[in-house]
Design a protein around this ligand. Structure first.
Ligand code: NAP
Length: 285
């Protein structure tokens, strides 16, 4: 049996085992996908243990999804990285290939697939506000720029982190004809004339129960306002977006689409992500 897992700490909340089990069912792939809690200082040992246990049981560990707080550890552990994982400096997919461990980052392509295909909103030519400069923002900035937006403003509470990400992505932005600038969150003040077609909250602001870390004037009428969070944590941001005439969207679509990209890398088969997203929404009520 081919074995996969999601490794994180905490990990019990992860929907990945259910998503990948559904992908496997729908595509007729024989595999098992587990949930693994790794000690915060023991990611590499946990990966080695997963592989050794599989071997001892006569199975074969083929890959692993990586979640908080191990995406940087996973980038170090991989023998080689895909270009998008190298740019992000973070890995959420490990592929245990015959010639070594490949590290990929599917968060950004997952987000783009959700915005463009599921929500039907083109990123090309759009003015986009990306809030946050942590691991999630680092993973999605490159794939968003590759869509050729008109410009991306990267806003973060700590300006220096946004500036660092902007420097790292400057060449990519130029190659795709996209403007890219860093801004401090408090530079938005109470109101701004600077409106956006797409606002993506990739910060952890929703965890503190706040609605949104920017004034509602950033939302052009009908703008897409997407929080990478989902479930109760995203409720404040989604209500804020709806109240101000935007189209609210949570991070569930991105979650399913990044999983679909991992599944494609591992199995060479593209699963029906739209169907699985609809089923997951129904399951979660
Ligand atoms: P992270 O690396 O810890 O970064 C956290 C970011 O949030 C930083 O930019 C931080 O700003 C900012 N922040 C924290 N509290 C804030 C507040 N009260 N107001 C404004 N900004 C605040 O976390 P991450 O890995 O980037 O993850 C961010 C979120 O995305 C997580 O909640 C995660 O669940 C979600 N996510 C969802 C998916 C999905 O598939 N849907 C995938 C990946 C991540 P400073 O730099 O100033 O500290």
């Amino acid at each position: 049996m081919d074995l996969y897992c999601v490794m994180g700490n905490p990990v019990e909340h992860s929907r990945s085992p259910w998503i990948h089990a559904r992908f496997a069912e729908l595509t007729g792939q024989a595999l098992r996908y587990e949930r693994r809690l790794a000690p915060v200082d023991g990611f590499a040992a946990a990966v080695a243990g997963f592989r050794a246990e599989a071997l001892a049981a006569g199975d074969r560990a083929r890959g692993c999804n990586v979640t908080v707080p191990f995406k940087l550890d996973a980038a170090t552990l991989a023998d080689r990285l895909t270009p998008r994982a190298r740019l992000a400096g973070a890995v959420n997919v490990l592929d245990f290939a015959a010639d070594g461990v490949l590290g990929d980052n599917s968060d950004g392509v997952g987000l783009v697939a959700d915005i463009v295909h599921n929500a039907g909103v083109p990123v090309a030519g759009a003015d986009l506000l990306l809030i946050g400069a942590g691991g999630a923002a680092a993973g999605v900035l490159g794939p968003l720029l590759e869509q050729r937006p008109r410009r991306v403003v990267l806003a973060n509470r700590t300006l220096a982190k946004a500036e660092w990400l902007v420097r790292r992505h400057a060449d990519l932005a130029m190659a795709h004809g996209a403007g890219l600038e860093a801004r401090a969150l408090d530079a938005f003040g109470a109101a701004t004339d600077d409106g956006f077609d797409i606002v993506v909250n990739a910060s952890a602001s929703s965890l503190s129960g706040a609605a949104a870390p920017v004034p509602s004037s950033v939302l052009r009428p009908g703008a897409l306002a997407l929080d990478l969070m989902y479930g109760p944590a995203a409720a404040g941001f989604l209500a804020w977006a709806a109240e101000h005439g935007a189209r609210p969207r949570d991070g569930l679509g991105m979650l399913v689409e990044q999983a679909a990209q991992a599944f494609l890398l591992w199995r060479g088969v593209r699963p029906l992500s739209g169907q699985v997203l609809a089923e997951l929404r129904e399951r979660l009520g």
